[in-house]
Design a protein. Structure first.
Length: 93
């Protein structure tokens, strides 16, 4: 979707501002998926729209699973029996 070239009305200016912000978010998300999944890097012009949607959904789901697994692996396990005087703060969710 193209933006309004030179918005004059206040509502058009506001729309263009929000559209620019959303476009940056979408481009960043595609960049993340492209860096992780080769299939997203390739042109999809010859694919059916439904197939592209399913592939993108699968990539997003897999990405979220990977991020969650990486987060769990980064959790620090502390054995209080090993050092009973240790103090620490639990991460906030």
């Amino acid at each position: 979707m193209k933006t309004i070239p030179l918005p004059q009305l206040e509502k058009h200016k506001l729309f263009a501002k929000y559209q620019e912000g959303v476009r940056k978010d979408v481009e960043r998300a595609f960049g993340v998926l492209q860096s992780r999944f080769t299939i997203v890097r390739r042109p999809a012009r010859l694919w059916k729209r439904k197939s592209v949607g399913r592939i993108m959904l699968a990539c997003v789901i897999l990405h979220n699973i990977i991020v969650e697994d990486e987060r769990e692996e980064a959790t620090i396990h502390i054995d209080l029996n090993e050092n009973p005087g240790a103090s620490f703060a639990l991460p906030q969710k």
